[in-house]
Design a protein around this ligand. Structure first.
Ligand code: SF4
Length: 279
C-alpha cells in the first residue's frame, strides 16, 4: 500500500524529505474544502483535468506537487501557440516562409533537454506550420482576436482561460483552438470549446457577444482533416454549466478519486505519487 492510501486509511505514515512529500503532508493536514460561498477559480483546462482524473486535479491544483521539469511536448505546444499568435497579426503575410521565420525566432534550444529530441520536434514544427500556412493562405480568415484572456462567473465559480483565435466568417463567429496532440478528438466533446462558447454567450463586447456559430479544434498534425468543428446549442451549453457546477461541488466535497485510463500514459504522477500505479 502506498503512503496516500495508508494515510487515507487512517494509518500513521512516515513521510520522506522529498519536496512533494513535504507539500503533500502539509496539504493533508489542512482542510482544503473552501467555505461554502467562497468563489472557486477554475480554468477550462483544470475542469478537463478533473473530468479526466479527479486525483490528478488534486495533485496538480490542490497539493501542487511539481510535475516533471522537462516536458518537451508542453514546451513544443507553447512555442507553436506563440508562433501562431504572431502569424495572425494584422497585415502579416500568411506565407510558409514567414511562419518558418517566426518559428526560428521563437524556438529556443535551451528549452529542450536533449538535442536529438529537439531536432525531431523542430522538424515536426516546420512541417505542421508550413502545411498550416499553405492551407490558410487559400482562404485567409478575418481575425477578430488572438490569445484572448477571459474570466467570468457561473454562480460561485470563476472560470478563466485564453481563446487562441476568434474569426468573423461568412457564417458568423468562429472560435479556434490549436492542438498539437497526435490524436484528433471530436469538437462536440471538447469542454474547452464549450467553455469558450459559454464565455462568448454572456460577453458584452458587441463584436464578440453571442454563442459562436462554430467552435473548432485545429489539429495541426492532422494532414487530412485538421479542423473538427461543432456549433454548441443553448441546451448543450446548459449541460456544460451543470457539468461545471457538479465538478465544483465535488471539488468542494473533497472528491478526488483516481480514474485510470489511457491518459495515465501522459501523467507525470503515474511514477511520482499515484497509488493506482504502485507496483
Ligand atoms: S496516473 Fe492516471 S490515475 Fe494516477 S493521477 Fe495520473 S491520470 Fe490519475
Amino acid at each position: 500500500m502506498d503512503l496516500l492510501n495508508r494515510h487515507d486509511a487512517g494509518e500513521t505514515v512516515e513521510w520522506g524529505d522529498e519536496k512533494w512529500e513535504v507539500t503533500l503532508k502539509v496539504e493533508l493536514n489542512q482542510t482544503f474544502t473552501p467555505a461554502i460561498r467562497e468563489t472557486l477559480s477554475l480554468s477550462a483546462s483544470a475542469i478537463e483535468t478533473y473530468l479526466d482524473c479527479p486525483l490528478k486535479y488534486r495533485f496538480r491544483q490542490v497539493d501542487k506537487i511539481p510535475e516533471s521539469p522537462s516536458r518537451p511536448q508542453l514546451t513544443f505546444g507553447t512555442i507553436i501557440h506563440r508562433v501562431l499568435d504572431r502569424f495572425h497579426v494584422a497585415d502579416g503575410a500568411l506565407s510558409a516562409e514567414r511562419i518558418v521565420v517566426l518559428l526560428n525566432e521563437e524556438w529556443r534550444p535551451a528549452e529542450f533537454e536533449y538535442s536529438e529530441r529537439e531536432k525531431k520536434l523542430k522538424s515536426q514544427a516546420v512541417e505542421m506550420l508550413t502545411r498550416y500556412a499553405e492551407r490558410i493562405s487559400t482562404a485567409p480568415p478575418n481575425v477578430l482576436e488572438t490569445e484572448l484572456s477571459f474570466s467570468f462567473d457561473l454562480d460561485d465559480v470563476r472560470i478563466s482561460g485564453k481563446i487562441d483565435r476568434i474569426d468573423d466568417t461568412e457564417c458568423g463567429k468562429e472560435v479556434v483552438d490549436y492542438k498539437t496532440s497526435k490524436r484528433s478528438t471530436p469538437a462536440k466533446k471538447s469542454i474547452q470549446l464549450s467553455v469558450y462558447s459559454l464565455y462568448l454567450q454572456q460577453c458584452e463586447d458587441g463584436k464578440l457577444s453571442g454563442i459562436p456559430d462554430k467552435a473548432t479544434l485545429y489539429f495541426l498534425r492532422d494532414k487530412e482533416q485538421p479542423k473538427h468543428s461543432h456549433s454548441f446549442s443553448e441546451n448543450e451549453l446548459e449541460l456544460t454549466k451543470e457539468k461545471i457546477a457538479d465538478v465544483a461541488k465535488r471539488i468542494r466535497g473533497g472528491k478526488f478519486e483516481p480514474s485510470v485510463g489511457f491518459h495515465c500514459d501522459w501523467c507525470d504522477y503515474k511514477t511520482l505519487a499515484c497509488p493506482s500505479w504502485e507496483s
